[in-house]
Write a protein that binds this ligand. Structure first.
Ligand code: BES
Ligand code: MN
Ligand code: MN
Length: 462
């Protein structure tokens, strides 16, 4: 292990240069224009895996973007770790809010990253975290210190719903046999507060349309007499959450798992700094469901948010118009044991029922996913806990997060294997936002921690 760690220190500059080269490829899965770039990023990754020493690495086509699969089998008697991550990234818009090009990675210091951070789309979510695993693997291979079999499975469609990865798992169950799925696509509380994610929220995502008169109208000639779809949509959305921060859709909370007072007390012992949280976001106050703390509101409680809303005239100056339609995209984050399909149905039924007779409403479901909670009393978790304790000098805190990785529930359902969510980002790294970045401290800490995971996991399983 000393050799592995020494190798990492010796090659750390090259690791960073390689990551920056990869981040320059705009692998935006949502944008069809970038399909060749997504493929290029996949081939780049497969090439790096080959050079790191896998037995084989393939770029497997799907109906959408390809899956990069690679493996190194050392001994069938040893445990097998399946590493999952995604090499696709979110669109960078709004571009004008970036201080440097989203695909021109640069290193800059920040308050939370005094050693510097790489600024680029995908730096933290998830290319930077994916690359830690490739480099940790290289360091173990170069020093004859790989104690487990490894399978790598990287997709290019996580940010657009992982539709083809689900099918790929169904079709490749035997090939994907493993003892644990190891994922770095989540965050720690702070660089001196290591954390292991033990829960992800589910997701129901819908698009709604409110349709009024058959054409845009003069807002003076018709205003006051004909329903304005934008006004109506705002009313309808406002009614979805009451004054206590409760979602008003009938049946919405029926299946929500009530967490015991004991567990809630335990969760709230995590060193979360609400003052720093507000300062980072430049807000004077937090807001949410009555009776719950900020940490609870983003982990054990569901939420509903408008992601985008449009309609009518939004150009320069003023145009007096009563628009004929209005649109919004709405996401609902779900907790155990809510079911995304059921919630989508409840939403559609309720949203349609509250529409006044002056408009028509259309609800279109998008992709969704189920929530997960992972156990802490397993060798899979314990290996991660020990590995982080080794490199951070502190026992990591198990914590549920508010984000979603829908494929994790599917892994459990289809492959029958549980995941360990050992991520190294910070919530303040601006993933999905302008100026996304990933700390160099976090990148290197990840590379250093991963080989310990393999070592401790192999020990615990033998
Ligand atoms: N890595 C994130 C999820 C995440 C973020 C987990 C922060 C924990 C902390 C992932 O890439 C993501 O963005 N997921 C989407 C869901 C997907 C269906 C688009 C999300 O949570 O919005
Ligand atoms: Mn991600
Ligand atoms: Mn993401």
């Amino acid at each position: 292990m000393e050799n592995v760690q020494a190798y990492i220190q010796e090659h750390k500059d090259r690791f960073l240069e390689e990551l920056m080269e990869w981040l320059a490829i705009p692998s935006i899965s949502a944008d069809p224009k970038h399909k060749p770039d997504v493929l290029k990023a996949a081939e780049w990754l497969a090439d790096k895996l080959r050079r790191a020493g896998v037995d084989r690495a393939v770029v497997e086509p799907t109906a959408g973007h390809p899956i990069v699969y690679a493996e190194k089998m050392i001994d069938p008697a040893r445990p097998t770790v399946l590493v999952y991550g995604h090499y696709d990234v979110q669109p960078p818009d709004p571009l004008e809010l970036w201080d440097s090009g989203p695909f021109e990675p640069v290193i800059k210091k920040t308050d939370l990253h005094p050693d510097g951070a790489i600024f680029a789309r995908g730096a933290c979510d998830d290319k930077g975290q994916v690359y830690m695993h490739v480099k940790a693997f290289e360091a173990m291979m170069e020093n004859d210190a790989l104690p487990c079999n490894v399978k790598f499975m990287y997709e290019g469609e996580e940010e657009v719903g992982s539709e083809n990865l689900g099918k790929y798992c169904e079709a490749n169950k035997d090939k994907l046999t493993s003892d644990v799925i190891l994922i770095s696509d989540t965050a720690i509380i702070a660089n001196d507060v290591p954390t292991i994610t033990v829960g992800l929220r589910g997701l129901s995502y819908v698009e709604v349309e409110v349709i009024g008169p058959n054409r845009d109208l003069h807002s003076g000639v018709y205003g006051g007499a004909v329903a304005n779809p934008v006004n109506v949509l705002c009313d309808m959305i406002a009614s979805l959450i009451d004054e206590n921060g409760h979602i008003t859709i009938p049946g919405f909370y029926d299946d929500v798992e009530e967490v015991s007072a004991e567990d809630r007390a335990e969760m709230n012992r995590a060193p979360f700094d609400e003052t720093a949280y507000k300062k980072d976001l430049d807000i004077a106050a937090v807001q949410g469901e009555k009776g719950y703390t900020t940490m609870e509101r983003t982990s054990i409680r569901p939420s509903l948010d408008v992601n985008g809303i449009w309609g009518g005239y939004t150009g320069e100056g003023a145009k007096t118009v009563l628009p004929s339609e209005a649109h919004a995209k709405i996401s609902m984050r779900l907790v155990p044991h809510q079911d995304s399909h059921k919630i989508t149905e409840l939403f559609a039924k309720h949203f349609t029922s509250i529409a006044p007779p002056s408009v028509r409403v259309k609800v279109t479901p998008h992709h969704g996913g189920e929530p997960v909670v992972t156990p802490t009393d397993t060798p899979e978790y314990r290996a991660a806990s020990r590995a982080m304790e080794k490199t951070y000098g502190k026992t990591p805190i198990p914590l549920r997060t508010g984000g979603s990785i829908p494929i994790v529930a599917l892994f459990e359902e289809v492959l029958g294997v549980k995941s360990v969510l050992m991520g190294f980002g910070l919530d303040s790294d601006s993933i999905h936002s302008p100026n996304e970045h990933y700390g160099l401290f976090n990148f290197y800490k990840g590379i250093e921690t991963i080989p310990y995971y393999y070592q401790y996991y192999a020990d615990l399983k033998s």
